[in-house]
Ligand binder design. Structure first.
Ligand code: T4K
Length: 376
């Protein structure tokens, strides 16, 4: 038997800024005495991120979930919104927190994204938007989704939590839809410890989002609407400013690890790895395999448990499906009959450890263990 890892090998490890550079930033914040409420660090971060993502307008928030909730308000969504069940809980929850009913649409087997061919039959007179997710950073079929939205007068709000830095045909991913949300949680390829951003093409959307993240306050004596507290603070913004200088290197390192994983795992029966998509600049934010029990000899769940014995802490992103959560399972669109692909895929997927500090021999060892479990 191969030796387990001496310490838990987690799905990810956060990128960290150089501690000395961070200290210098802290000295600037200490001197300014401005710790929150749209200070200089937040303003600088918004400028740097707009440049990096090539976004017309951008606002940062305390986390991606609040950003999504506020994006629904900015777009004045109501009634029903068509989304995917194969995502993190925050996607559907952000709709329900706005009293909007999520309508789940099945997914494509290869990209894990919403299947645009299945959207139109779900549109009713109550539908106000489509909320697709670029799952694992794989871009959705953005052109087709926009055509459907235009035909029915719907908004498109992208949950781009995983898609930081992704490009489609050289265009930034935020070019598509009305608003895109990026998560800057510590587990993401780029982060501000906790945090998130919205990108907009319409300056009025940014103005409203900025007010909504600050209690709906427009000016000292003018509170326009019931906003919330969704502000990012200065210390986290400083982390974001520094990490932006490291993210391209991180993507490159992850690409190399991904290619090595693919090269070795593709020879193991019953393990399918993801492929790069045509004309897409990927960010390699997750490394996901599909496990076919009949060919591999063990189910995804068995592989997950066995990897644990070797101290490899994989993740079943995204199992269970949102449509199978007790809070959503009784929705008409949650039926397993209308979501066959999502239900099948959710039982097969496993995200393996991936981050830029992983060594070649870490990947080789994880793959050797997956092979040994198959041959056992
Ligand atoms: N939409 C989508 C599609 C999303 O995936 C997410 C978030 C959102 C919206 C909402 O965005 P945020 O509001 O979060 O900004 C994680 C994250 O908490 C969550 O941000 C993320 N998606 C989701 C996919 O994954 P967990 O419960 O799997 O994370 P956790 O704490 O178990 O971390 C995984 C591993 O990472 C740990 O085992 C160890 C390592 N780790 C984690 C943290 C936080 C570290 O080494 N250091 C750390 O500081 O949810």
């Amino acid at each position: 038997m191969l030796e387990p890892f001496a310490k838990p090998f987690y799905i990810t490890q956060p990128l960290l800024p150089d501690i000395d550079e961070f200290n210098e930033m802290l000295k600037v914040i200490w001197a300014s005495k401005q710790l929150s409420n749209n200070g200089n660090m937040v303003k600088q971060l918004e400028r740097n991120l707009s440049d990096f993502l090539n976004a017309d307008y951008l606002s940062v928030f305390s986390n991606g979930t609040v950003a999504l909730q506020l994006a629904c308000k900015v777009l004045r969504l109501s009634g029903e919104v068509i989304t995917t069940p194969f995502t993190f809980a925050a996607t559907a929850h952000s709709l329900v927190w706005n009293n909007i009913k999520p309508v789940f649409c099945d997914i494509e087997e290869d990209s894990y994204n919403i299947n645009p061919d299945l959207i139109e039959p779900l549109i009713t007179e109550n539908t106000t938007a489509i909320m697709p997710v670029h799952v694992f950073g794989n871009p959705c079929k953005v052109e087709i989704i926009q055509q459907i939205a235009d035909k029915y007068g719907l908004k498109v709000l992208y949950d781009a939590a995983h898609a930081f830095g992704v490009k489609v045909d050289g265009k930034p991913i935020s070019d598509f839809g009305d608003i895109s949300m990026f998560s800057f949680h510590a587990t993401k390829i780029y982060h501000t410890i906790e945090g998130g951003a919205l990108t907009f093409k319409d300056p009025h959307f940014k103005e409203r989002a900025d007010s909504l993240r600050n209690f709906g306050i427009r000016s000292l004596e003018n509170v326009m609407e019931p906003g919330t507290n969704g502000k990012l603070n200065e210390i986290q913004a400083a982390v974001g400013i520094l990490l932006l200088k490291q993210v391209e290197e991180e993507i490159k390192a992850r690409q190399e690890i991904t290619n090595l994983y693919r090269q070795i795992l593709n020879d193991i029966p019953g393990i399918t790895t993801s492929k790069d998509m045509d004309a897409i600049s990927h960010n390699y934010s997750y490394f996901v395999i599909k496990v076919n029990k009949d060919e591999y000899g063990h189910s995804r769940d068995e592989l997950f448990d066995k990897l644990m014995e070797y101290n490899i802490i994989a993740r079943k992103y995204f199992y269970p499906l949102c449509s199978n959560f007790p809070c959503y399972m009784n929705l008409p669109s949650s039926s397993k009959l209308t979501l066959p692909i999502a239900n099948k895929v959710a039982d097969m997927v496993l995200s393996l450890p991936l981050h830029g500090r992983m060594q070649k021999n870490d990947v080789e060892k994880i793959c050797a263990i997956i092979k040994a479990i198959h041959e056992d």
